[in-house]
Design a protein around this ligand. Structure first.
Ligand SMILES: NC(=O)c1ccc[n+]([C@@H]2O[C@H](COP(=O)([O-])OP(=O)(O)OC[C@H]3O[C@@H](n4cnc5c(N)ncnc54)[C@H](OP(=O)(O)O)[C@@H]3O)[C@@H](O)[C@H]2O)c1
Length: 330
């Protein structure tokens, strides 16, 4: 993950070579997110230059904003990882052409009107959804797919417990698990249980009312999107040999902890799947995967979107529409 180049001009009058982008100049609450004018990036070799139509808010970006990802270095930093948009300049002889609608993941600031993205990080956008919906997918859907289809290789009849099943990654993982024929249990507050049932969750568990360990036993796979104490307690739910997948920054468990209990643990990072976003597109266009967008914010309201995400109560995803205001002229 690399930050956007340091040293940007402060907000100024738009010009032909400038674009709107959001940066942080210090770590902190959502008010540190500032819309500035930056030079429009040049297309790098092997990249496509993309006019971003929409981005989304991921838990990871709120952690960067708070200064909880120190390996990125100090501000100023660009934020935003997901994008859906249109190629405006393509690599000659490459995979894409100007005018192609694409979606993808780029960890150096997709809260911007233009971004130069390695071709390998892009895929053709699902044709059945608009840019706002497509932008909600990349990080969350790829993480869910990699966990369910690659790390767990979940099979029909297996029992999976998904923590934070109503959130961005969780609500997509629940659908993928159900699509594979698994028996799905998911933690969420009671208010989210109708939503979980719509996703195909067989057994919603209100973690505020019961200890999930009493409601989820003999589990083959736990996908823990909460971490910390949840990771440790989740080992109690697994059958012998069962697999705990951790995705939170603090998983609360190590491989050795799990092995001592006769269980397995892995952190979800990287994948053997060749082109996960192509697989996500196929699932979306076939009607097997539907991303729920709770709310769309304009780029100028990004602080409100981050405050919403900080509440920890998001249902599905929050999207940032970059197209809703007049774009800086190309
Ligand atoms: N490793 C990776 O590649 C990767 C990629 C993406 C995300 N992640 C990580 O995965 C985690 C989830 O990310 P996300 O974007 O899906 O989160 P999110 O959308 O912000 O999650 C919000 C949901 O969390 C639920 N929730 C909050 N506290 C809970 C608890 N104690 N038990 C059960 N559910 C709870 C809420 O449901 P209720 O209101 O019903 O409680 C809400 O629907 C984060 O730690 C993120 O950093 C990792």
């Amino acid at each position: 993950m690399n930050p956007q180049p340091a040293g940007h001009p402060a907000e100024s009058a738009p010009g032909p070579d400038l674009m709107r982008a959001v940066v942080i100049e210090r770590f902190g609450d959502p008010q540190v997110l500032r819309t500035v004018r930056l030079p429009r990036p040049a297309r790098a070799p092997g990249h496509a230059l993309v006019r971003v139509r929409a981005a989304s808010v991921n838990f990871g970006e709120t952690k960067i904003r708070k200064g909880l990802v120190p390996e990125l270095g100090p501000p100023p930093l660009g934020l935003g990882s997901d994008l859906s948009g249109t190629v405006v300049e393509a690599e000659p002889g490459g995979r894409f052409r100007a005018g192609d609608d694409v979606y993808g993941i780029h960890f150096i600031g997709t809260y911007a009107e233009y971004v130069s993205v390695p071709e390998a990080a892009l895929a053709a956008k699902p044709g059945s959804v608009d840019h706002v919906t497509a932008a909600a997918l990349p990080v969350a859907a790829q993480t869910a797919l990699v966990a369910v289809a690659d790390y767990a290789d979940l099979r029909a009849g297996q029992r999976i417990l998904i923590h934070a099943a109503a959130g961005g990654v969780g609500h997509l993982a629940a659908q993928l698990a159900r699509h594979r024929g698994a028996h799905v249990l998911g933690t969420a507050r009671t208010a989210h249980h109708p939503f979980l049932r719509e996703l195909g969750v067989h057994e919603p568990i209100d973690y505020t009312r019961v200890d999930f360990r009493s409601a989820a036993t003999d589990i083959d796979v736990v996908l823990d999107l909460v971490g910390g104490e949840y990771g440790r307690r989740s080992l109690d739910c697994l059958r012998p040999g069962g697999l705990l997948l951790g995705a939170a920054l603090d998983p609360g468990v190590t491989e050795e902890d799990a092995a001592r209990r006769g269980r397995r643990y892995r952190w979800v990072g990287g994948t053997r799947l060749a082109r996960p976003l192509d697989l996500v597109r196929e699932l979306v266009d076939a009607g097997h995967l539907r991303v729920h967008v709770e709310r769309t914010y304009p780029l100028s309201d990004l602080p409100a979107a981050h405050a919403h995400a900080d509440s920890g109560r998001v249902t599905g995803k929050l999207v940032i529409a970059i197209d809703d205001e007049p774009p800086t002229p190309p």
